[in-house]
Design a protein around this ligand. Sequence first.
Ligand code: NAD
Length: 498
Amino acid sequence: MKDVSHFIGGKHVKGTSGRFADGYQPMTGEVISKIALASKAEVRAAVENSMAAQPAWAATNPQRRARVFMKFLQLMERENEALAELLAREHGKTIPDAKGDILRGIEVVEFALGAPHLLKGEFTDGAGPGIDMYSMRQPLGVVAGITPFNFPAMIPMWKFAPAIACGNAFILKPSERAPGVPMRLAELMIEAGLPAGILNVVNGDKESVDALLDDPDIKAIGFVGSTSIAEYVYSRGTATGKRVQCFGGAKNHMVIMPDADMNQAVDALIGAGCGSAGERCMAISVAVPVGKGTADALMQKLIPRVEALKIGPSTDVSADYGPLVTKEALERVKSYVDIGVKEGANLVVDGRGFKMQGYEKGFYLGGCLFDNVTKDMRIYKEEIFGPVLSVLRANTYGEALKLCNDHEYGNGVAIYTRDGDAARDFASKVQVGMIGVNVPIPVPLAYYTFGGWKRSGFGDLNQHGPDSFRFYTKTKTITARWPSGVKEGAEFSIPTMG
Ligand code: NAD
């Protein structure tokens, strides 16, 4: 059994709160670690440690800061296999999927290498008579990130890479369900040359999150997780004057037009719906075929594919997906399937009885497929976060578009069609943050920004890309003139540039 503690000032620090959580290996259902849960005092110790380290880091020039990330990338190459295995064992996703999780984080680290360029200010020579004007971006100080279980490598890197590259110190509070990889990332950043205290990790639950939200010395919070907690973090964090961005849950639709290539649409749907056991905020959970003929053709191809899904332990590289993260998550998803049946949806593939031979205590669920789902059902309105696909039949394109727009979530969406006009109209009118045209999981690359609309996102700026450099810095604008440009006499009216 492994003890997972905190990582403060470049060292592992034992938890002193006396509170712990069990860490599971989802593929076997075994408890493999004991995770310390930080108290308010332990969070404060991490903040003070970060505060002491941050000014020197902010004064380090941006190329030198970026060089730490260059070295970190080399270490990530060395550690790739070991990290992917650790991630798969702790989270439950398969090893190839874990490698994707790591890579999508690495891409944001690569983007952060551009800090010297991205932090450049603006300059206007001669903004007025003898006057120059310029702006600069400065770090905020100590900032924190609170991350979910479902991307234990990617989301911590999305948060800490731009924050640290901007000259901030960062405190990470990873999910208590998968803290091993985030802890390892912090160790590797120190090995890469990051000064102690610039990346601290506190493990914990609500108590540590509240301590971060209320701490007056934390200047910004980046959160990713479920919508109810995102909303809570946003309101409590902003109430204490922090800059806060929160990314929440999702219900991502795939609209399938009558002219779509049905084989491609079905491949996309099954991968995006059931990959990672459906535990992705960009998973497709609702298919919306347009027209009866499209719906019937879809179901004919989709049913055998859901029935044939290969579920396996996380170490089976040929598995389509592995177990869910915890027994509670499994029970929760199963209970949604029960609800769907009670609500009158047609459960055409039922994975509730699935048992993984040799791994009977693991948290496995077979693929589930509902047809004839309607928009008033809870299984449509709420995020299930499991390998459960709902098919909601629309009569027209307009009806399909309206469904996407009326849903309270607006993270990702996809349209499958060969018609450029329909795709263009959809991209323009749909009220969703990230859109795929014949692309099922349209996660933008690191140099664009990532963020959902409606109740999938709270705050003004997105994650990664140029927005992350704006989020983690404050802008200052300087208006300067030298004595030779100063006219004699006091001026009492508002200054203008003449
Ligand atoms: P979660 O909301 O349970 O936990 C997220 C974080 O909040 C964790 O660090 C957790 O310790 C903390 N937390 C949990 N309960 C809390 C409470 N009562 N008060 C304060 N903090 C609390 O989310 P999860 O189950 O770890 O992750 C899955 C969710 O995250 C899904 O809803 C998924 O859609 C969402 N997600 C969103 C995005 C996005 O970018 N929009 C990306 C990934 C995941």
